[in-house]
Design a protein around this ligand. Structure first.
Ligand code: ATP
Ligand code: MG
Length: 420
């Protein structure tokens, strides 16, 4: 039997309204903050990700879908949103439009992972990237946007974890101290952490293995090492969060899996029984050097990526509403084949104004009405021999069963007046 590739999912017709609901909310929130949508290709030259995400990261070291195209160019399916957006920002000289700039995207993301609940090979992210300010105000807006989105969906029990990973000036001192700590406890760490310790010790803090996590509780804290400017940046951001009544916790173990971050990093984490380690719904932070590294001017940035599948799983778990599938408004029902042509004409007229479903395959009235319920129509418009003869249509409310017979010409003149 043909099957979809492991770790991917079809979004089926009876579920797609949930996606539309979340995507609509994402757009509404982004627009409320003055962010514009950017759409980049689903694949890029591998270089875009290889050089900018960082060679020691999980994504680059083992998760990318990379292949040679027919022209022998190395291509990679988008494994995260930021590098692609920055590539486009630089290439299209978007900073000429003025700074700061606020962009958002909703995109599929591809990572070769071990599939489990909340971890797939194709998932989807809502992401936001702000360009053009080194001030904590920009960090605040981005965090606040993510917070408002989660609140708008009605999610409960999501906590914001915040950290500063310093800057290129103060971070090396911390890395030395962390490396010394790991060395002193090397036997306790997993094999992967032993490798990470040499390549990029910060990444050890990102390890999901319980024993490593436990040991790290006693490791030196980055907050004791960051410089005064980084400290100031963080304390000003925290003041704004407190002003906005957003609760947060400072968590020195949040480092984020990507190389390009500096200063602010944050995650929104759900306490979800079914998602476990996959409870992180959003990850983001400040990246001040990426635009320049990709050939642009030095432009400071902050952004986040939010996993839509994980959001959806938590919404289901918490019994939250995804709105209602709103299509179609009416179903047209014919009593017999003799009225089919009239009904087709009625549907054609009505579709200029409202959404209409109709089964045109000659089924019985009973099964047409069953279908009307199934597709969540609000009304059935019934035409039988009487209606045909009298130039009328019977409107039946599918919520309370109330019926009325109205003049067809009048109805077509202003259908919405009859469908209250
Ligand atoms: P994790 O630590 O769980 O692997 P990550 O740090 O790799 O996450 P990011 O690169 O920050 O994740 O991606 C942003 C968000 O996208 C995550 O917080 C998560 O909600 C979602 N996400 C990441 N990878 C996957 C995946 N394989 N399947 C589903 N959602 C994912
Ligand atoms: Mg990951």
């Amino acid at each position: 039997m043909n099957q979809q590739p492991k770790g991917t999912h079809d979004i089926l017709p009876y579920d797609s309204y949930k996606w539309q609901y979340i995507e609509d909310k994402a757009r509404q929130i982004a627009h409320r903050f003055g962010a514009f949508e950017i759409r980049t290709p689903i694949f890029e030259y591998t270089e875009v990700f290889l050089r900018n995400i960082g060679e020691g990261t999980d994504i680059v070291s083992k998760e990318m879908y990379t292949f040679l195209d027919k022209g022998e160019r190395s291509i990679t399916l988008k494994p995260e949103g930021t590098a692609a957006v920055v590539r486009s920002f630089v290439q299209n000289n978007l900073n000429a439009q003025g700074l700061p700039q606020k962009l958002y995207y909703i995109t599929p993301i591809f990572r070769y992972e071990n599939p489990q609940k909340g971890r797939y090979r194709q998932h989807h992210q809502f992401g936001v990237e702000y360009f053009g300010s080194s001030d904590h105000y920009m960090d605040f807006e981005v965090v606040y946007l993510a917070y408002m989105f989660l609140a708008d969906l009605g999610l409960q029990g999501i906590s914001l974890k915040l950290n500063s990973i310093g800057c290129p000036i103060c971070r090396p001192r911390y890395i030395d101290a962390l490396q010394a700590f790991i060395n002193d406890n090397i036997d306790v760490f997993c094999e992967q952490c032993k490798v990470r310790q040499n390549k990029n010790p910060l990444r050890v803090l990102d390890c999901k293995i319980v024993k490593c996590k436990e040991t790290l509780k006693n490791s030196p804290s980055i907050s004791d090492y960051i410089c005064d400017e980084c400290k100031f940046h963080q304390s000003e951001l925290v003041k704004l969060l407190e002003y906005a009544k957003i609760s947060y916790s400072l968590d020195p173990n949040i480092v984020r899996g990507l190389d390009y971050y500096n200063r602010t990093v944050f995650e929104f984490v759900a306490d979800s029984p079914s998602l476990g380690n996959q409870g992180t719904v959003c990850g983001g932070g400040r990246y001040d050097n990426l635009v320049e590294n990709m050939g642009g001017k030095p432009i400071n940035c902050v952004g986040f990526g939010m996993g839509i599948e994980r959001l959806m799983a938590i919404m289901e778990e918490q019994g939250l509403s995804f709105g209602q599938s709103t299509m179609p408004t009416v179903s047209i029902v014919y009593a017999s084949i003799a009225e089919l042509d009239d009904c087709i004409q009625l549907a054609t007229e009505l579709r200029k104004h409202i959404s209409v479903d109709m089964d045109f395959t000659g089924k019985s009235m009973k099964s047409q009405l069953k279908r009307a319920d199934k597709v969540l129509s609000k009304y059935a418009l019934i035409i039988g021999s009487q209606e045909k003869e009298n130039g009328t249509v019977t409107i039946k409310s599918l919520s309370n069963g109330v019926q009325s017979c109205v003049n067809l010409v009048q109805f077509l003149d202003n259908p919405n007046a009859f469908l209250l």
